[in-house]
Design a protein around this ligand. Structure first.
Ligand code: ARG
Length: 580
């Protein structure tokens, strides 16, 4: 169900019938104020400009040719040449019924279906996951879920960092621990951060250790079995850590989605060969460098993109070129979405520029590094512990749940302990995720416990609470909500506004999919819930005196609201509860 595309289609036909050129964009938007109708066709203005015609006259001609009686009760010419559309109740009613009966809430599959690689989370396995990985993990997961919901063929790639020079140091340290007979799972690797710190200390201070570490990197990268087995042991434990985090975060990533940096190893010589054959790479101080004119600095010096170090070692950049080749030419992806923070902006520009020239990326593949801003503390500086350290993701989630639990204890003192724990988990984790997802991805944002856990405003608890309240209405009415879809009557303004919003779910998902912006869905769910609250206050449901028919109709609207909130939150990876 997509009212906007319906109107676009009708507007295009009317423009053609009015004798306007074929290639014009009818541009339709949802109206922001009731006096502008429910939708507005505002594409006539730019056409008029191009044709040097009077925009109001042109808009009138379009109106004369607009065949829209089936969906609109009123169409009016407004302002300099806008066309306001007021939707018809009967149209809304029949669609609410149809959408209510549909498992996917009337949301259609993308046309055509696309193959989309979604590269997200991608922690560096040398260390434990910290808050810096939160955004990539949850924004990427929301996108993967939504694209899948729309029928796209989604391929998740967890591009884990498992192949840097640090691994030499880590396995050298690991070797000694094994020799000393330490129970690794229990002691050493239970605290990856501590393990890393100890290894680093030895690297900096212990005689001979740094040399050993360096020799292990070389051996590892050359495929030495012994080093590889140590490395595997380390990687495996580190992956287990991240799996625990994914599980707590309700993120869909599993082991089978891991496509770590090391997996591109065998492709790298071929990548270098192709760069050479295409004359893209030159030697500079022993290193292999692609100089990119398009990103020259203010003095005109081209931007250097190093693809091989002087000692022959490959880099993050080389791996990303290989990833382009694999995803675009082998997997034949239509889109590649990559979620990293905005500090990697230049890196990905360089990757795309080089990959296009060397044909590692097909023209048909859209390469979309989807960068995000930083998570800041109350002081406006990057989010840190009180002592200035990086915050482990597990600690952040622990705190979220315990804070949610405190809030809930005050608010709902009658909850049983089991219920409290379960709800606190959903509210705490949901709050952290929603607070992040609801901000525009590219902006920095200030992490604030009190506002994200509030039951008012644009928060997860607000939506979760609304959902639970609606479910309790069905229990009180003693109806099975799934039976409520046979008739709907729109009898007032609040019901109409709510019905229109309900039918705009697909439009929100469309915008989120094309612009890679989960905040669009968050805003939508918040607006829907707010309209529901208004409806609930002004439209009695179970009160005596409400006719059977109106009660049924309002309950049907409630059903669709609750299903839309539930589905929408699920697409964001946020859980709901039936009561609270
Ligand atoms: N591991 C990288 C980091 O922690 C992110 C990888 C993102 N994906 C990619 N294809 N480069 O910064």
């Amino acid at each position: 169900m997509n009212i906007k595309s319906l109107i676009v289609e009708k507007a295009s036909q009317a423009m053609l019938a009015a004798g306007l050129p074929e290639d014009i964009n009818p541009s339709v938007t949802q109206s922001t104020k009731p006096q502008f109708g429910d939708y507005q066709i505002n594409g006539v203005l730019s056409v008029a400009k191009k044709l040097k015609a009077n925009p109001r006259e042109l808009a009138q001609q379009v109106i004369n040719n607009l065949e829209i009686d089936d969906i609109a009760e009123r169409v009016e010419l407004a302002g300099p040449g806008f066309i306001n559309i007021h939707l018809k109740n009967a149209f809304l009613e029949s669609n609410i019924i149809a959408v209510n009966k549909n498992k996917k809430l009337g949301v259609l599959a993308h046309q055509p279906v696309q193959k989309v690689v979604v590269d997200y989370s991608a922690p560096n396995l040398a260390k434990e996951m910290h808050v810096g990985h939160l955004r990539s993990t949850i924004i990427g997961d929301a996108m993967a879920r939504v694209l899948e919901f729309r029928g796209d063929n989604v391929i998740r790639h967890n591009h884990m960092g498992d192949w840097g020079t640090q691994f030499g140091m880590l396995i050298a340290h690991l070797e000694q621990m094994i020799e000393q007979g330490t129970d690794l799972e229990k002691v050493a690797l239970a605290d990856l951060e501590g393990f890393y710190r100890d290894a680093k200390k030895r690297f900096d201070n212990e005689e001979g250790f740094a040399d050993l570490a360096r020799s292990y990197v070389v051996k590892l990268q050359a495929g030495d079995e012994y080093c590889k087995s140590l490395w595997k042991m380390f990687i495996d434990t580190s992956i287990k850590h991240s799996e625990e985090v994914y599980d707590r975060l309700n993120v869909t990533l599993t082991r089978e989605h891991i496509r770590a940096e090391s997996s591109y190893n065998d492709l790298l010589p071929k990548i270098m060969q192709r760069l050479n054959e295409s004359n893209l790479v030159v030697e500079d101080q022993g290193a292999q460098v692609v100089f990119i004119d398009e990103f020259a600095n203010s003095e005109g010096a081209p931007s250097p993109f190093i693809v091989q170090k002087s000692g022959g070692g490959f880099l993050y950049s080389t791996t990303d070129l290989a990833a382009c080749e694999y995803r675009s030419n082998e997997l034949m992806a239509d889109r590649i979405l990559i979620f990293t923070d905005s500090r990697q902006s230049l890196h990905f520009k360089q990757v795309e520029n080089t990959a296009r020239k060397a044909k590692f990326l097909r023209e048909e593949t859209s390469y979309e590094p989807s960068l995000f801003g930083a998570m800041l503390g109350q002081d406006g500086k990057p989010f840190k512990t009180r002592t200035g350290g990086t915050v482990k993701l597990t600690s952040l989630l622990d705190e979220a749940v315990s804070r949610a639990s405190q809030y809930l204890e005050q608010r709902e003192p009658n909850l049983s302990a089991d219920n409290l724990n379960e709800i606190a988990r959903k509210v705490g984790i949901g709050a952290v995720k929603f607070a992040d997802l609801s901000k525009h991805r590219s902006n920095d944002y200030v992490f604030d416990w009190d506002s994200m856990l509030s039951f008012e405003g644009k928060t997860a608890p607000y939506l979760q609470y609304a959902y639970a309240r609606i479910r309790s209405i069905f229990r009180k009415a003693q109806v099975n909500s799934e039976d409520l879809s046979d008739s709907v009557i729109i009898s007032n303004e609040q019901e109409k506004a709510l019905a229109i919003k309900l039918l705009q779910f697909e439009e929100a998902l469309d915008l989120m999919s094309s612009e890679v912006t989960p905040h669009v869905l968050c805003n939508y769910l918040y607006e829907l819930t707010s309209l529901y609250m208004t409806f609930y206050e002004s439209c009695p449901i179970l009160k005596e005196g409400v006719s059977e028919q109106i009660r049924y109709s309002r309950l049907s609207l409630c059903r669709l609201v609750s299903n839309t909130i539930k589905t929408g939150l699920d697409l964001l990876g946020i859980e709901v509860m039936e009561s609270m």
